[in-house]
Write a protein that binds this ligand. Sequence first.
Ligand code: HEM
Length: 554
Amino acid sequence: MPNEFELSKGGANHQKPKGDDDIMTTAQGHPVADDQNWLSAGPRGAQLLEDHIAREKIFHFDHERIPERVVHARGYGVHGHFELKKAIPEYSRAAIFNEVGEKTPTFTRFSTVAGNKGSPDLARDVRGFATKFYTKEGNWDLVGNNIPVFFIQDAIKFPDLIHAAKPAPDRGFPQAQTAHDNFWDFVSLSPESMNMIMWIMSDRTIPRSFRFMEGFGVHTFRLVSEKGESHFVKFHWKPKLGLQSVVWNEALKVNGMDPDFHRRDMWDAIEAGDFPQWDLGIQVFDENFAEQFEFDVLDATKIIPEERVPVEIIGTLTLDANVDNFFAETEQVAFCTQNIVPGIDHSDDPLLQGRNFSYLDTQLKRLGSPNFTHIPINAPKCPVRHFQQDGHMAMTNPKGRANYEPNSWGDTNNPIEQRGPRACPTRGFESYRAEVSGPKMRTRSETFADHYSQARQFYISQTPVEQTHMANALTFELSKCDRADIRERMVGHLRHIDEGLAQEVADGLGLLELPDKVPAARDPITDLPESPALSIIRNGPGSFRGRKLGIYIA
Ligand code: HEM
């Protein structure tokens, strides 16, 4: 009997009847005579456990679910390619950044952070924007978001942030209707979250579709040249279609009408040949330049202002193929910040360092085996040679050659295949030789202490309409918070950001008096010199002004 599995775009096995031969089989390939009636003793008789066909069918169904991602559970994946437009050998030796015109295959998964797999697409939430580049030198994963900053500076706080944001463990839903006391309690006690709060209360967290969102690598990474020189870099995705959002009452209606709105939009656009594109931009600066900033470039709650370090466009991502197998591709794809290629390196950003541990750890549980790189969507599209073997679901093993090193099989009398691969100091990955020293301690540097300046800069860079949306969003979300002291503490933070905004939210919440400012290490209004305006923040191509209101509501 011919094998009716063929490879999908993601390389995964995919069932499709071929020719006339459509006889059903079990997973073992046994032809099936009847899969609708369980074998029984007589027409009304007891069901017989003997029925291996029925048992196999039920057994497999029982195991269809795997754990959903602990965050970013709801996502949508699309195939595409990245084309390099400008080589940057002066910054990076990575092959993907050196061959202009080269097309590198990619897989991108967009997601919401807090909702479960079945949650609606237009929740007010950060959107994940994760891209796997299948480069000639192995997979590079740029695991970013549509917001350039993050809630926390240190990965050790991530479980607390997510516990506070997700449904309460006793009842399985947030305490209040849409926002909840736990989330606002956590952030109001975490001043480092204030910049992120300004961004998530803006229209960016209710995007019109995935196609109209920016993306950011968030952290400061390193680029390392052939000469071993390092520059810091921030990665940006700029959508060719521009940046557009819906307004809050549209989001509510869309969620009710079509909770799959964003994934349907992406599917339809690609099926229609309307392939969305993003330019990849980089902000590159050296360590001496980094010293001049009034904040720390290792702090993921900060952006690098574009007027001080312009974004240089170096290539374009085109998404041009939907998945054939949602589970095999979108669900089983495993992105990880530690997947980097020679020429790209990590920085000492404490959030990034924690992420490097977390993804691999959770994926072992979620996908069930250290061999998840054998799943086609995760497998590199370049040769893979190592001494790993066995384990659950192992699809490949060293064959006909040594499976350990050092070994002496590769001497001049033996063919090279017998000794297996050798590490290569010139082409292999080498960590940038950054100096590492210092006492072990748990105290964060003073350079991470200013939590309000960029939050203020973001707010004042918005148009009056956008500022009103932010004030309304804060008022709405905080009005769902039952505890008055939490609401007041949040307004006490807003006073460091903008007194007018604080007053507007206080009025909206019906507070009779403006609460005291929360004690702060630094207040941009009273303690800091005026910072340069951040025009960056709303200057995506097309900007919010391209938004068409109401077109999605019948
Ligand atoms: C998943 C982004 C911080 C742990 C994801 C995904 C994205 C993302 C886009 C979804 C990947 C996919 O589509 O499969 C970010 C960004 C962060 C951040 C931009 C901050 C700048 C963190 C931190 C931790 C963390 C600090 C933990 C210490 C996880 C975990 C998953 C995840 C466990 C699920 C991975 C999986 O099951 O495959 N993150 N994240 N993230 N993130 Fe993060």
